[in-house]
Design a protein around this ligand. Structure first.
Ligand SMILES: Cc1cc2nc3c(=O)[nH]c(=O)nc-3n(C[C@H](O)[C@H](O)[C@H](O)COP(=O)(O)OP(=O)(O)OC[C@H]3O[C@@H](n4cnc5c(N)ncnc54)[C@H](O)[C@@H]3O)c2cc1C
Length: 536
């Protein structure tokens, strides 16, 4: 039996791949929602009908159903096991209607300028940024680049380096979730921004009953949903008046000055160009001491948010010069050299290439840039690169920011000892970002302030041993850590229990059982990652 609806296009035997080719391909049916109506209300009704038809088929057959986002996750979180429901053509964004807001939120909005924006869940952050900028508004934070879909990004806990806001899921006010062919829910905190009118309007727009659930336990679960709580159809996000980011980047030799900032989070002490109280703090680090040692080992990047009123010199669309905040710009050069059959293991030429690429991209001198969020965090150079015959890899460890220096130095020491003792050479860069805490049950930013260390590299033969050594070294150093849900899988049941704790795990599972009360329903939406993490 196949799902059938005029606003569905069925693609049989379609290939699914993540963009890094980290997972093996899967072939399955992709149902593409293809609304045709000329009016907004007609379009919403078509989307609702098409989604209902696909979910009804899954419930009738017991076939697993997965919604593909941008396919930017490397873990198994997005890997389909049955069919796919593609929401990519459903694009709609706008301020929520004033009559949806509680008087308290309306007052807050009038006083502070924050606002509630309704976003179709399958829209990419790139498009959201552009649409918001046109309306003079912005997301409060995002990841370092913008090809993720909104629902896909919050599924895994996508974050930037925001010291004051948190991660993308911490800007969510409510999630509109389809949990069966006959039920959708609008989940918000117990004291939420929305009233019953929001749910009844969504019900009439999408032709599907919708219950408003103002419940902290459920909301904390759906913030980082792992793609396993149902189909996220819309997200209500808190946006702010448009701002630009004033970015300072400084280069530092190996030594104590930048390392001290891991503890203080005050970059001004290491270089007076930075603010003592930035909104955003990040480091790019060479995994090995460069040769010559006078070359930079680390780059410190801080940003401040400034209200945008059309200031001259602010970059408004992505350009080469605005896009150098993230490691994603660095990997392609390494791929080219690696592909020239330079002999491993431990070849020092590859370390020289790493150092010279880092220096070429991030510079030996300080630099300042001002850009709108959509320009600062635009598309990476990365996309479209042919990684053959290697694969890309990215692993992200998170630990309590109070242990940032210990954790980072443990990782750097482990990379050095892996090379010295076993010729295991890491071919990549290191990004360090600080992110304020979240109350999402499975949010990776689980502590009051968090230090994320991302190891973005080529997937060489040595890499699993290197990551196993890092995990063991962190544990031995007494640094509990968790992993990003969309990257290299490290969230074993032991890691999950140690980083998030038994209460968070039980609470997330209880919320899942509440939203999807039968085993069959839970299985339809189960991500393959749940089993490995002990969450199934
Ligand atoms: C170049 C690059 C840069 C990156 N930068 C960052 C960064 O700066 N910070 C960071 O934290 N991470 C970063 N990541 C990781 C990335 O943000 C996450 O993996 C993110 O989850 C990917 O979103 P996606 O839309 O591609 O979702 P996918 O990877 O396609 O899917 C993720 C999960 O969401 C589910 N899902 C998607 N849409 C829905 C829906 N509508 N309803 C229900 N479930 C849904 C999928 O089924 C899957 O389980 C980066 C990755 C890449 C490749």
């Amino acid at each position: 039996m196949a799902a059938n609806h005029p606003a569905l296009t069925t693609h049989l035997d379609e290939q699914w791949r993540d963009i890094h080719f980290a997972n093996d391909e899967v072939r399955c049916t992709r149902y593409e929602v293809t609304p045709q109506a000329g009016t907004l209300h007609g379009l919403l009704a078509e989307v609702g009908g098409a989604v209902r038809a696909v979910v009804a088929e899954a419930f009738a057959t017991g076939q697993p159903l997965r919604v593909p986002g941008g396919r930017w996750s490397l873990s198994t979180i997005g890997k389909p096991r049955g069919s796919m429901l593609d929401l990519g053509n459903y694009r709609s964004i706008g301020a929520v209607m004033p009559q949806w807001l509680t008087p308290q939120y309306a007052a807050l909005s009038a006083q502070s300028g924050v606002g509630a924006t309704l976003i179709a869940a399958g829209m990419t952050v790139n498009v959201v940024n552009r649409e918001l900028a046109k309306a003079g508004r912005a997301l409060k934070t995002s990841g370092a680049s913008d090809g993720q879909t909104f629902a896909g990004a919050i599924a895994t806990g996508t974050h930037g380096a925001d010291l004051k806001v948190g991660a993308l899921h911490d800007t969510v006010l409510a999630v509109h979730l389809v949990v069966s062919p006959t039920r959708s829910v609008l989940i918000q905190p117990a004291v939420g921004a929305l009233n019953g009118e929001a749910a009844s309007t969504l019900a009439s727009w999408f032709g599907m009953p919708c219950d408003l659930l103002s419940d902290d336990q459920l909301f904390r679960a759906v913030k980082v949903h792992l793609g396993s709580l149902g189909v996220v159809l819309n997200v209500v996000v808190e946006t702010v008046p448009l701002y630009y980011l004033d970015r300072e980047r400084t280069a530092h030799r190996d030594g104590a000055s930048w390392r001290a900032v891991l503890t203080s989070r005050n970059p001004k002490n290491a270089n007076g160009l930075h603010s003592a109280d930035p909104d955003y703090l990040q480091f790019i680090v060479n995994p090995y001491v460069p040769s010559p040692e006078t070359d930079p080992r680390a780059w410190m990047i801080s940003m401040r948010k400034v209200p945008y009123t059309g200031q001259v010199g602010v970059i408004t669309t992505p350009t080469e010069s605005s896009l150098k905040s993230d490691l994603a710009d660095f990997l392609p050069a390494l791929v080219t050299f690696y592909q020239q059959n330079i002999e491993l293991p431990g070849n020092p030429v590859l370390r020289l290439v790493t150092s010279s690429q880092l220096k070429k991209i991030y510079g030996a001198n300080a630099s300042s840039t001002s850009a709108l969020p959509g320009a600062m965090f635009g598309p990476p150079d990365f996309l479209g690169i042919d990684f053959n015959p290697v694969r890309g890899a990215s692993a992200e460890y998170v630990f309590d920011a109070t242990q940032a220096r210990l954790g980072v130095e443990t990782i750097l020491d482990t990379l050095a000892s892996q090379l010295a003792a076993a010729q295991h050479q890491y071919l990549g860069g290191i990004g360090i970002r600080f992110v304020k805490g979240s109350n999402g049950w499975l949010a990776p930013n689980a502590k009051a302030m968090n230090c994320f260390v991302e190891l973005q590299s080529l997937h060489t033969q040595e890499l699993p041993a290197i990551h196993a050594a890092i995990g063991a070294a962190l544990s031995q150093a007494g640094v509990p850590y968790g992993g990003h849900w969309g990257q290299w899988f490290m969230n074993t049941p032991q890691v999950v229990e140690r980083w998030w704790g038994a209460n968070a795990v039980q609470s997330w599972k209880a919320a899942r059982a509440d939203l999807l009360p039968t085993v069959a329903a839970r299985d339809i939406f189960a991500s393959p990652i749940l089993t490995g993490a002990g969450l199934g």
